[in-house]
Design a protein around this ligand. Structure first.
Ligand SMILES: Cc1ncc(C[n+]2csc(CCOP(=O)(O)OP(=O)(O)O)c2C)c(N)n1
Ligand SMILES: [Mg+2]
Length: 370
């Protein structure tokens, strides 16, 4: 097991032939590269737009962590729900949100995915089964358990079949200390709920290094084991490894209808939010991680295998730059929400079709033990 201060952490992997490391097709691999480039370019332009005061409020950049959102999303089905925290632009784009809806949301425009009323921390995309974007640290973890419970309920009780979904619930390493997370894990373990808690362990919560704020920080998965939740440690800087290992985790959870917890080692290359002088970490540490840039890794692996050349890489880069540029133009042109929007989407007026149906007969561990 490597640790955050271990340089090998940022530079291992990537040298074995691709055929030994992945069953992904060349088209899939190229798509992962395109998605990571899109997230990177989107975030660079987001920072510029923030400086230009087109974006207000809190804004957290995902640069450095691209392999996590792209690899995890590629490891599951589109119908499997996803929920995440406030560093959420990457998850939205990896899930398939058109960047123009994401950009307009940050610009506070009606064309945004939440009509411009949520902002950077609240990307929401029901058609793509993305249930936020949440600003309160750890608040999404009970929602993750709830989303997985809902899929299990529909699969088993409403449709009378076998549970066949998993939910991905992303959280930061700071969120593992929130009380809500312990309740979410308890119910997931007790009721056999197929939620995968993916801790995007970038080593810091704002300016606090993980070992200063968290017990057992060298073995985070022990915090799931106490609830009967299987744990996995995955190096999160290489999208090929992330997708392969996450697929194995997800396949097992789907098959057994059990939760899992993943300690996903990663690093944010930028500050916590838009104004952060990063005095709590050294430039040397940053350089070690930057040397393991997930985009460079995949690009080099694909070049080595002859799947792309330098010209093709540049063309891909140009394509995403144009896409992001047009998303900014679209967001600029989108009107602001009308004042009447203040009162819409606040309360649910009509409940869904399942209200009033009976609770599922889920057998708990205790009952099994009798
Ligand atoms: C309940 C709560 N407490 C405090 C905050 C302020 N806050 C915002 S982000 C953050 C750090 C969380 O770090 P981590 O979970 O590691 O996520 P990362 O920013 O590294 O992605 C804190 C304390 C908050 N948003 N919610
Ligand atoms: Mg963190």
């Amino acid at each position: 097991m490597s640790s955050l201060s271990d340089p090998a952490h940022a530079t291992t992997g990537g040298r074995r032939p691709l055929a030994d490391r992945t069953s992904a097709t060349p088209d899939e691999l190229l798509d992962w590269l395109r998605q990571m480039l899109l997230i990177r370019e989107f975030e660079v332009r987001t920072m510029q737009a923030y400086q230009d005061k087109k974006i207000g409020g809190f804004c957290h950049i995902y640069i450095g962590q691209e392999a996590v959102a792209v690899g995890c999303t590629a490891a599951v089905q589109h119908a499997d729900p996803i929920v995440t925290a406030y560093r959420d632009h990457g998850h939205a784009l990896a899930r398939g949100m058109d960047p123009k809806y994401c950009m307009a949301e940050m610009f506070g425009k009606i064309g945004g995915c939440a009509k411009g009323k949520g902002g950077s921390m609240h990307m929401f995309d029901k058609p793509n089964n993305l249930y936020g974007g949440h600003g309160i640290v750890g608040a999404q973890t009970p929602l993750g358990t709830g989303l997985a419970f809902a899929t299990k309920y529909i699969d088993e009780v409403i449709e009378g079949g076998k549970s066949r979904h998993v939910a991905l619930c992303f959280l930061g390493d700071g969120a593992v200390n929130q009380g809500a997370f312990y309740e979410a894990k308890n119910l997931a373990g007790l009721f056999h709920i197929p939620v995968i808690f993916i801790v995007e362990n970038n080593g810091y919560s704002m300016g606090t290094a993980i070992h200063r704020g968290t017990t057992m920080s060298h073995r985070l998965i022990s915090k799931g084991e106490a609830f009967g939740i299987d744990g996995y440690e995955i190096e999160g800087m290489d999208v090929i490894d992330v997708q392969r290992e996450m697929k194995a985790v997800a396949d097992k959870c789907r098959e057994t209808s059990r939760p899992a917890m993943v300690d996903m080692k990663t690093y944010r290359f930028k500050g916590h939010s838009m104004s952060d002088p990063r005095k709590y970490r050294t430039r040397e540490e940053e350089e070690v991680w930057e040397a393991g840039d997930p985009i460079t890794r995949l690009r080099d692996a694909l070049i080595e295998e002859g799947l792309i050349d330098d010209a093709a890489f540049k063309a891909l880069n140009r394509e995403v730059k144009l896409q992001v540029r047009s998303s900014i133009e679209w967001a600029d042109a989108s009107p602001e929400p009308d004042i009447t929007e203040l009162f819409t989407d606040v309360y649910v007026e009509k409940f869904g079709p399942y209200l009033g149906t009976s609770m599922p007969q889920i057998v708990t561990d205790q009952e099994n033990d009798r």
